[in-house]
Design a protein around this ligand. Structure first.
Ligand code: NAG
Ligand code: NAG
Ligand code: NAG
Ligand code: NAG
Length: 425
């Protein structure tokens, strides 16, 4: 584990000058009081946008008679563990309208990837079939709703996949993006559906740590306080897809109030050592407790996406690690121990615990447990093919090609929505 970490290198939008300057000025003034990312633009946008926060709950929509389309698979996904399964060969159609929806850094074919067999696999749960992504069913289910993805660039990777998949049915209007393209909003007018990406690396309040007067790669986290960048309009949102993970693999000081309660990846006397999974657990719990405690958020469905593994081989991310495989791994080739697996377990446990408490509040918390499926997909990353002009020496074995196996996450999401909306029952 080293700092800076791989995300500093691979995210085309991270670590830009602007962001550093903003963090610097706020950091000097009042640690933790001002978020680095300015959401005021987003908020003011909503003043002009027609009814973005008019709260129409999923259940009201259903009472009006929609959605119309029944999933062809029927109720088979109920009581089926969607996440225990394997990848089977399957000739896929191109599920995107066209490639114009794919962000450049995720468009592996644009950057020269030639093998295509990695697209021709489907996730097959042992006990049932995972319904194919159907943009019509999906958009019917979320008609009149707002869905927010909250997380880092891997979370954004899933949103981008979703936009591409949905575009086959309706091409959304791009309503807003900030200068770093980290916070973004799309509107699907025919379905009155709003999709957002809200950027939060840690889910809790965070700022880069100053060391000897300059910003370091380390972070200070206020582990008991949510990142207000994503909570501002939570009461207007119907579906939240939340995740945290790779940003915790670096030096992180964990604060409660003014007190340091622990530290990830540091050697300091008298400071409790915390593993990345331990810090992820604290941050996720803070986020879930906040959502569950939100009085105005009745009916909100929170999907916790579990850890998305990286696949650097023949070296780590900063020592020439590569990911040039062209097919999924066999389940038997994977070692089911270690930090990715711990993190996944913690994320599932935290979600299940909150699921029990949330019932009383009329809230759902559901784990979208992608870790196992994705551990088997070393072939799904951009690797050399991400347009790495700035960082020629780094391969992206962390994000996922579009199209690619990450599209499966949106099939999981569709299945979750079918269950949550009562479309299958
Ligand atoms: C791709 O889809 C977009 C959105 O519908 C459209 O504007 C564009 O013309 C399409 N491009 C091609 C090459 O078909
Ligand atoms: C900060 O500066 C002091 C004095 O120049 C130096 O001894 C110390 O190692 C520096 N600390 C770090 C973390 O760079
Ligand atoms: C660590 O804790 C001990 C006992 O409380 C104290 O004597 C010592 O000064 C502390 N060391 C540091 C570096 O804070
Ligand atoms: C992947 O790269 C390694 C090291 O350069 C090479 O030995 C191997 O043959 C490559 N595999 C494929 C499938 O291209």
């Amino acid at each position: 584990m080293k700092a800076p970490n791989v995300l500093d290198r691979l995210d085309p939008f991270h670590g830009g000058k602007k962001e550093r300057e903003r963090c610097l000025s706020t950091g000097r003034l009042a640690p933790f009081l001002l978020p680095c990312l300015c959401l005021t633009t987003i908020l003011s946008l909503f003043l002009y946008f027609p009814n973005p926060f008019e709260a129409v709950s999923k259940r009201e929509i259903q009472q009006k008679g929609a959605p119309i389309v029944k999933p062809p698979e029927g109720n088979a996904i109920l009581n089926c563990n969607l996440y225990e399964g394997r990848w089977i060969q399957y000739r896929r159609d191109f599920n995107y309208k066209n490639s114009s929806c794919i962000p450049e850094a995720r468009n592996c074919f644009l950057h020269g990837r030639t093998d295509r067999d990695f697209l021709n696999w489907r996730w097959k749960p042992y006990a049932c079939n995972l319904p194919k992504f159907d943009p019509r069913i999906f958009l019917d289910m979320v008609r009149g709703n707002k869905m927010a993805f909250i997380g880092d660039s891997v979370s954004m990777n899933q949103v981008e996949s979703l936009v591409c998949l949905l575009s086959k049915e309706e091409v959304p209007k791009f309503v807003y993006k900030d200068s770093a393209e980290q916070n973004r909003i799309w509107h699907f007018p025919e379905h009155d559906f709003i999709l957002m990406n809200l950027w939060s690396r840690f889910l809790v309040a965070a700022e880069q740590r100053m060391i000897n007067g300059s910003l370091s790669a380390a972070y200070n986290l206020q582990i008991d306080k949510v990142d207000e960048d994503w909570t501002a309009n939570l009461q207007t949102i119907d579906y939240v897809v939340i995740s945290n993970g790779l940003w915790f693999f670096r030096q992180i000081y964990l604060y409660k109030g003014d007190t340091v309660v622990g530290c990830v990846d540091c050697e300091e006397p008298n400071v409790t050592k915390v593993s990345p999974s331990g810090a992820i657990q604290m941050a996720l719990r803070t986020a879930l407790v906040y959502i569950n405690g939100c009085k105005e958020c009745r009916g909100i469905v929170t999907v916790v996406r579990t850890f998305s593994p990286t696949h650097f081989e023949h070296g780590s991310w900063d020592t020439g690690g590569i990911c040039n495989r062209t097919k999924p791994s066999d389940e038997r080739q994977i070692i089911w121990v270690g930090e990715p697996w711990n993190i996944r377990k913690i994320q599932v446990e935290e979600t299940e615990r909150m699921g029990k408490e949330g019932k009383e509040q009329g809230k759902s918390f559901v784990a979208m447990d992608v870790t196992k499926a994705m551990l088997m997909r070393p072939d799904g990353h951009p690797g050399d093919y991400w347009g790495n002009l700035r960082n020629k020496d780094f391969r992206d074995c962390l994000h996922w090609c579009l199209p690619g196996p990450i599209d499966t996450w949106n099939e999981f999401l569709m299945a979750i929505l079918e269950i949550e909306t009562g479309l299958v029952s």
